[in-house]
Design a protein around this ligand. Structure first.
Ligand SMILES: Nc1ncnc2c1ncn2[C@@H]1O[C@H](COP(=O)(O)OP(=O)(O)O)[C@@H](O)[C@H]1O
Ligand SMILES: [Mg+2]
Length: 332
């Protein structure tokens, strides 16, 4: 495999992703606006860049592409997807792993996404704008932010009085969505530059906190694999995406959220053999790959914990330091 340099934008806390690309043979360059972003210190090179809304943001990324001969740009949060998609042709020829702006807009507005899925005949919970809720609906429903993230601004209403209350209470531009009653799943997919789904790894959501999956298990469920592929190809995803859905009691799958980036549960599909970093590098090198849906190990379980990077100032900037070996207490 050709070794390539990969630039990660908004690297933040995504140490897992930077590390996986390093292990796949990439030279990693992590960029963030904040010198305390942990992922900066797990990359081969780190760079502090302006804020995304700064007119020089794209310029700073292009400079990094030139200096490090970057072949591939991978954003690690949703924050700069639109900026990168619009600047695709101004980033020094690097492959930018984001879909077209239309897809990004659809994924970031859950009401637009719902309408799109309905048009495409893809299962989605009944959803209305606050002004368009019919007289007779089946409770419970959720008052849910259209552009929410991290499970914020989601309120359950069990009757009309609660619905009226939460619609007044919420500060977010919201929609009303029927509550799903089945089990929730997450499918991590990877699509090539033409939007063809190359891989899909479903996992259970044993436990999540604040929208982040902390315990889960891979499952080789043909319906979920096909659903992940169908949803991502309909949306014309480029690169990674995380498709979240529920299996309703009648067996129907309903999609509730699609994030066009590596999912928060990234280490699990990686451990199960998804090889997404290798796929990304191959795609960036112009290789045509055949889909390998279902090619991963099932029954792989992830349970997560906090970790940290320790830094000290040296020559005017923060540098990682090896943790001091703890004194081992002598046995009595
Ligand atoms: N229609 C729904 N029925 C039941 N639970 C839901 C529904 N929509 C969202 N949730 C729950 O809320 C969590 C966050 O919602 P989600 O749509 O993924 O938004 P985001 O992750 O962008 O905050 C989901 O992981 C799920 O557990
Ligand atoms: Mg979600």
């Amino acid at each position: 495999m050709v070794v390539a340099a990969v630039l990660f934008t908004c690297a933040g806390q995504r140490v897992d992703i930077v590390t996986a690309f390093r292990e796949a043979g990439a030279t990693t360059i992590a960029a963030d606006v904040d010198q305390l972003a942990p992922a900066l210190y797990h990359a081969d090179q780190r760079a502090l860049v302006p804020r995304i809304d700064d007119p020089f943001y794209v310029e700073a990324l292009r400079e990094l592409v030139e200096i490090h001969d970057v072949r591939l740009i991978v954003p690690l949060t949703d924050l700069d997807h639109l900026v990168l998609a619009h600047a695709r042709d101004h980033l020094g020829g690097a492959v930018v792993l984001v879909p077209e702006p239309e897809t990004i807009e659809r994924c970031s507005d859950k009401y637009l996404a719902h309408r799109f899925f309905e048009e495409q005949g893809i299962g989605t919970p009944p959803t209305w704008l606050p002004t368009e809720v019919p007289e007779q609906i089946r409770f419970p429903v959720l008052v849910k932010a259209r552009r929410g993230f991290g499970s914020r601004h989601i309120y359950r209403a069990d009757n009309q009085t609660e619905l009226d209350f939460f619609l007044r209470y919420t500060t977010a531009d919201s929609m009303v969505q029927c509550l799903c009653h089945g089990e929730e799943f997450s499918v991590d997919v990877f699509c090539d530059l033409d939007g063809r789904c190359l891989a899909a790894v479903p996992r259970t959501m044993i436990e999540s906190k604040g929208g982040e999956s902390i315990k889960g298990m891979t499952i080789r469920d043909p319906d979920l694999i096909a659903f992940g592929a169908r949803v991502s190809e309909a949306l014309r995803i480029i690169g990674p995406a995380n498709v979240q859905c529920f299996r309703e009691p009648d067996g129907e799958l309903w999609v509730t959220d699609v994030n066009p980036r590596f999912g928060g549960g990234f280490p699990l599909p990686t451990a199960a053999g998804s090889r997404y970093p290798e796929l990304a590098l191959a795609v960036a090198n112009g290789e045509q790959l055949e889909p390998r849906l279902g090619d991963f190990r099932e029954g792989v379980v992830m349970t997560r914990f906090f970790s940290q990077v320790i830094l000290e100032e040296q020559d005017g900037s923060l540098q990682p330091v090896e943790p001091q070996a703890e004194a081992v207490p002598e046995e009595a």
